[in-house]
Design a protein around this ligand. Structure first.
Ligand code: SF4
Ligand code: SF4
Length: 191
């Protein structure tokens, strides 16, 4: 179990002491496109293109279509200064629409959230906190996509129905005091 007292002392100081959400976003990251239904999404590439193909071999369209829209990577994370361990909270980046589970301004996300990180090949290979259910991580580890992934199920609703997405389970960082973040640490986004 997490030692909350130790963590509170060890939480990354730049995030806790700066007192602004911009610093909090330093440990938030995301890749969920705007739009809340399949009608607003570009048609996915045909076939199970991820079979027998590495992430590095994928086209831009194939790469984009892999994101399942779970929103887990858009949750605020805290890092223990002493151990470097990263903890995930159930508090979402302010641009995440917590009901639709989509970035509300995907095209301008890097302008509005300075530390929103692009999920590229380097990120997939180096971000230890990327959720185990993340499609990029699964493919990178040589695994297949789950049944609920929209490229398998044919529906962008199944990631929500399967309980994978953060939809309806999180608060916006605008609604949480920065000193309360250690109390918001949860395990489910990393399982
Ligand atoms: S700006 Fe958008 S994509 Fe980036 S972390 Fe926030 S909600 Fe996610
Ligand atoms: S965790 Fe992976 S699949 Fe889920 S929203 Fe982020 S980039 Fe997309």
């Amino acid at each position: 179990m997490t030692d909350q007292g130790k963590l509170r002392e060890g939480v990354r100081r730049v995030a806790v002491n700066a007192g602004d959400a911009g610093s909090l976003a330093a440990v938030a990251c995301g890749h969920v496109e705007s739009g809340d239904d399949s009608a607003q999404q570009p048609a996915p590439p045909p076939g199970r293109f991820w079979h027998g193909k590495s992430l590095a071999q994928m086209s831009a369209a194939e790469w984009e279509s892999l994101c399942d829209g779970c929103g887990r990577c858009c949750l605020v994370k805290l890092e223990d200064d002493d151990t470097g361990e990263v903890y995930t909270t159930d508090v979402a980046c302010r641009l995440l629409d917590c009901e639709t589970c989509r970035c509300s301004d995907y095209d301008n996300r890097f302008d509005k959230v300075a530390d929103c990180l692009k999920i590229d090949l380097d990120a997939v290979e180096n971000l230890s906190w990327l959720p185990p259910t993340c499609a990029y991580r699964l493919i990178d580890e040589g695994k297949d996509l789950y049944w609920w992934h929209h490229l398998v199920s044919g529906s962008r609703e199944t990631v929500h129905l399967a309980g994978i997405s953060v939809r309806g389970r999180v608060l916006s960082e605008d609604d949480v005091e920065i000193e309360d973040l250690p109390e918001r640490i949860v395990d489910w986004p990393t399982q």
